[in-house]
Design a protein around this ligand. Structure first.
Ligand code: SAM
Length: 333
């Protein structure tokens, strides 16, 4: 392990890597990029062995938490074997996944056996018809099976819903009930202006409104922010609840000052800020016979000298426009 924590030019410690294992997804969510025009070729996608090398480098540089994401990670062949290899090779890393849950049920026990620390499941609605409208697929029941399978296997899970005015803004009672009856954290995330999707400000259901509406439905108690597991979410206890309720506010109350993240796409692009399309190409160095990981390390350190404050980019964009030209499925949300 590296003695010095990895820091950026603004003094922020970087300890968290989000690694996308594929840009492909089996859903076509209306707020993501339905066209999937940027699909990578087989050659362009990092091999699992290359990803293991990058995770090892990250661990040596002081990264403590790795989240595997996509696209849809379970849509990549042999993803489960990859998870097991990561866990076996890096037993001290906190290992997490983000998934849409549609392919989760058959893998839940294996994830638990592998010792995965957390699984985040994206689920924007509790209504099967709305699910089909948002995602283009009639797979709501599969996600619910995935949630049940994770809970039965003893996995710790969070459910993340993108808050969308006119789409799921009547579903607070159901989501609160889910957090009351199941031992899960249910979090709403503000809809960010990302990628080619047709983002409009009036589609944003902002956190202040969600909180006011939630408090009118049930007593909520604000929890201290010192829960390292909560990440940027502000969490609330629900009276008599097995789970908790939370809000993630990239738009209305950004958390850039404490951003500890790096992202690497499945094509090997390093991204230091979700809201900045500046990327650093790691793949050529990684595959170069003479450069390899030592050179990748130099690129990472150089990139960290220029890790921006995303909220400034958000504020500087033209009204109503996207802050990034890349969709979350291509970046790895
Ligand atoms: N397929 C996996 C999943 O569904 O969780 C991982 C990738 S997905 C791009 C990661 C997360 O990004 C999902 O929770 C998705 O809802 C969220 N997301 C995508 N576009 C978003 C946007 N514009 N604003 C907020 N969240 C977004």
């Amino acid at each position: 392990m590296c003695a010095q924590p990895l820091t950026d030019d603004k003094g922020r410690t970087v300890s968290y890597l989000r690694l996308s294992v594929t840009d492909r997804c089996n859903l076509r969510c209306l707020y993501c990029d339905r066209r999937m025009s940027t699909r990578l070729t087989h050659f362009d996608v990092l091999r699992y062995e290359e990803m293991l090398g990058l995770i090892g480098l990250a661990a040596n540089l002081g990264i403590r938490k790795v989240r595997l994401t996509g696209g849809e990670p379970f849509a990549r062949k042999d993803f489960m074997e990859f998870v097991e290899r990561v866990r076996a090779r890096f037993p001290r890393l906190s290992l997490r996944l983000t998934t849409n849950g549609t392919l989760l049920a058959p893998n839940a026990q294996r994830l638990a056996d592998a010792g995965v620390d957390r699984v985040n499941i994206s689920l924007d609605t509790l209504d099967p018809a709305t699910f089909a409208r948002i995602t283009g697929q009639d797979l709501y029941a599969e996600v619910r099976r995935g949630i049940d399978a994770c809970l039965n296997a003893g996995l710790r899970i969070k459910i993340n819903a993108v808050a969308l005015r006119g789409v799921n803004d009547r579903e607070l009672p159901g989501f609160l009930d889910l957090a009351r009856t199941l031992p899960v954290d249910v979090r709403f995330i503000e809809y960010m202006p990302m990628g080619g999707a047709d983002w409009k400000p009036e589609q944003v259901w902002n956190a202040a409104d969600i909180l006011a509406e939630a408090k009118a439905l049930t007593p909520l108690t604000l929890l201290p922010r010192d829960d390292a597991d909560a990440g940027p979410a502000q969490m609330y206890a629900i009276e008599g609840g097995k789970g908790r309720f939370g809000l993630i506010t990239p738009l209305s109350n950004h958390f850039c000052a404490t951003c500890n993240r790096l992202r690497i796409t499945s094509g090997g692009l390093l991204r230091t800020c979700l809201f900045n399309d500046r990327v650093y190409r790691l793949r050529p160095a990684l595959r170069h016979p003479k450069l390899g990981l030592p050179f990748v390390e130099r690129i990472v350190k150089l990139a960290l000298r220029q890790k921006p404050i995303g909220a400034e980019l958000l504020a500087a964009r033209r009204a109503g426009q996207g802050v990034s030209a890349t969709s979350m499925s291509a970046i790895g949300g």
